[in-house]
Design a protein around this ligand. Structure first.
Ligand SMILES: C[S@@+](CC[C@H](N)C(=O)[O-])C[C@H]1O[C@@H](n2cnc3c(N)ncnc32)[C@H](O)[C@@H]1O
Length: 285
């Protein structure tokens, strides 16, 4: 019996270091050693697609600043896991505490508008959840304007998000009431038979403005009342975290909130942001 031959394209430690450096410079994301197998598996597919036989050739393309390939590289490597109502307790607090507080604050200063930013929105479940909760809170009150911006560096996930059509696993935490009100169930024919999909209602889709944006660069919208910056910092090292957070701080209104995930720590806690509870912070000053 002959030994099984491993045909996979090999990556040297030095090549992985270069890949890691390019990703870090482009996005602030630091590829930890634990991610190596996953990253290399994803890139092997890309090499095969381009007809390349080794990583040296691929690195040469990335280093030539081929913008399209760098974008495809980033799209292949970022982790875009998300779902509707992820960390549901935070959304309960948004509805029961943060929105009433902001409405009172804004009403006092005579401004009937609110601005949200989902600052690493992946496939869009987070900003659409915000849109549904704002609809619940304000109803059809025409005197209030709600703007919701959603951004990500990954152009593939943004294109997906704008369709507003999701698989059952994305809606697994959606309360029944919201599922009935804001989704239309569809059945698709696929190679595996019938598949369920959930399409968001058009008025919720229209509520969210998607933009491609790299958090290492300035975001054009200012005076934002609530920022959702959840489950992105975990991929950054301390330097990128601090850099991004300082930038986000300047996009926020002086009286505003930021939500991070329960697994994350916020730099500048106490200095720029005051802890409220449940991954929610108030901007100071
Ligand atoms: C795990 S998803 C988070 C989705 C959502 N916020 C949530 O909590 O469910 C992380 C997202 O961060 C994005 N990301 C990573 N680096 C980025 C950068 N430099 N600028 C903008 N987005 C970035 C990835 O493309 C990915 O979609």
């Amino acid at each position: 019996m002959g030994e099984k031959v491993d045909n996979l394209v090999k990556i040297t430690d030095q090549e992985f270091e270069i890949i890691r450096k390019i990703m870090y410079e482009q996005t602030g994301v630091f590829l930890r050693d634990t991610k190596k197998t996953l990253v290399v598996a994803r890139l092997r597919k890309r090499l095969a697609h381009l007809g390349l036989t080794n990583f040296e050739q691929y690195i040469a393309i990335l280093k030539s600043r081929d913008k399209k390939e760098v974008e495809t590289f980033i799209n292949a490597i970022t982790t875009n896991e998300t779902n509707f109502f992820r960390h549901p307790k935070q959304f309960e607090l948004l509805l029961s505490r943060i929105l009433p507080d902001l409405r009172a604050h804004k009403t006092q200063s005579g401004q009937k508008s609110l601005c949200f930013w989902s600052a690493a929105c992946a496939t869009g479940e987070e900003p659409y959840t915000i849109a549904m909760l704002c609809r619940e809170f304000f109803g059809d009150d025409p005197s209030w304007t709600v703007r919701i911006y959603a951004s990500d560096i990954n152009s593939d996930v943004l294109a997906f998000a704008q369709q507003g059509v999701y698989a059952p696993r994305s809606v697994r935490e959606v309360p029944e009431k919201y599922l009935k009100k804001y989704f239309q169930k569809q059945e698709l024919d696929s190679a595996h038979g019938k598949e369920e999909r959930y399409k968001i209602t058009d008025d919720i889709i229209r509520q969210v403005q998607f933009r491609q944006h790299n958090l290492l660069t300035p975001f054009v919208v200012n005076h934002i009342d609530v920022v959702f910056f959840r489950n992105a910092m975990i991929y950054f090292d301390d330097t990128s975290k601090r850099d991004v957070l300082k930038r986000i701080y300047h996009n926020m209104a002086s009286y505003s909130y930021i939500f991070i995930s329960l697994a994350e720590n916020l730099p500048y806690r106490g200095a720029l942001f005051e802890f409220i509870g449940m991954g929610i912070y108030h901007r100071t000053g």
